[in-house]
Design a protein around this ligand. Structure first.
Ligand SMILES: Cc1ncc(C[n+]2csc(CCOP(=O)(O)OP(=O)(O)O)c2C)c(N)n1
Length: 324
């Protein structure tokens, strides 16, 4: 998108759309309409928007179980996502994946992965495929800082570096892996140094600032696409909500959360745009209303959509000797 004002408005709309979607999910979950696990991205929106808007449709995106934002920005319609939350057959994975396993091959969105660091080796494998196919696409992998304690992180960095693979590694450093603060489990808390030790070009960005993330991601994507080498981008961010819907949040002070909320990526960006005269209050109201209308429609459809029929329950289930 070349027009800066249009781009800013688009980013604001993206973040509002994600926030509204997730706030609705929390309400529906509390009402017992959504089941299973639910991990919200509220507070981290600038990372997914800034980084994903630097990619092309031919790039392949991997994410974690905290991936509603990534799915929405990758272009999955809210109604397909909401139906997936409700476990309905119209969901993006026929209601079989739920919140943590959203996937859409047609949009090169490779999930939705519940295993911490599980997507890293897959993203490396995808980069090998993309390189051999000479598709011009790159592999982009989003993961939390907690994934950096796993062997897969180190294997992925090493292979991507030694085989010169086009992978953009995006670390969403929200400071806590479930209830454990980074400084309690990691001796070297400067995460960029971990990636650099594998010879991977790396940098850190303010993950509460959508434009900063976007500029950093654009440079990183350019580097990966041109050199076919990996890049590690750390985005320093914060989740405003609990780790998942089951979390008493005893590991952090309420005051800390409130302090971070002052840097809310949506309100701060909105304020910047208003002050710079890029948008007027009416634009904010119009965006908020139109995303809310889409969301309400998605929820109404999802509520009324059917579940998978009993006859189809065993379809897509692999069993030795079966053609199901
Ligand atoms: C291999 C593995 N070990 C443990 C878990 C349980 N677990 C789920 S989320 C999580 C914390 C991960 O934190 P981080 O990677 O920083 O991501 P965040 O949840 O903060 O986005 C853990 C340990 C898991 N899902 N997979």
């Amino acid at each position: 998108m070349s027009n800066p004002a249009k781009q800013s408005l688009g980013f604001l709309k993206d973040m509002i759309k994600i926030r509204q979607f997730e706030e609705a999910c929390a309400e529906l979950y509390s009402a017992g309409l959504i089941r299973g696990f639910l991990h919200l991205y509220i507070g981290e929106e600038a990372v997914a928007v800034g980084a994903l808007r630097a990619l092309l449709p031919r790039d392949v995106v991997f994410a974690t179980y905290r991936e509603h934002a990534h799915a929405l920005i990758r272009g999955l319609p809210p109604k397909d996502l909401m139906a997936e939350m409700f476990g309905k057959v119209t969901g993006s994975c026929r209601g079989r994946g739920g919140s943590m396993h959203i996937f859409d091959k047609s949009r090169n969105f490779a999930g939705g992965n519940a295993i911490v660091a599980g997507a890293l080796p897959m993203a490396v494998g995808m980069a090998i495929a993309l390189k051999y196919q000479e598709s011009g696409g790159i592999s982009a992998c989003f993961f939390g800082e907690g994934a950096m304690a796993e062997g897969e992180f180190h294997e992925a960095m090493n292979l991507a570096a030694i085989w010169n693979l086009p992978v953009l590694f995006v670390c969403e450093n929200n400071r806590y892996a479930m209830g454990t603060a980074l400084s309690r489990w990691e001796a070297q808390t400067d995460l960029v140094k971990h990636a650099e030790s594998y010879g991977v070009v790396s940098r850190s960005a303010d993950g509460m600032d959508v434009m900063e993330v976007h500029h950093a991601a654009k440079e990183a994507v350019c580097y990966v696409r041109e050199t076919k080498k990996p890049f590690f981008l750390e985005c320093q961010t914060y989740r405003f909500r609990a780790h998942s819907m089951f979390d008493a949040e005893k590991y952090r002070e309420k005051a800390e959360v409130e302090n971070w909320k002052k840097r809310d990526p949506i309100t701060t960006f909105q304020e910047q745009l208003l002050q710079a005269g890029v948008i007027v209050q009416h634009d904010v109201e119009a965006i908020t209303q139109s995303t809310r209308n889409d969301l309400d429609e998605a929820i109404a459809l999802a509520k009324n959509d059917p579940l998978e029929s009993r006859d189809d329950l065993c379809r897509h289930v692999y069993k030795e000797g079966s053609e199901a």
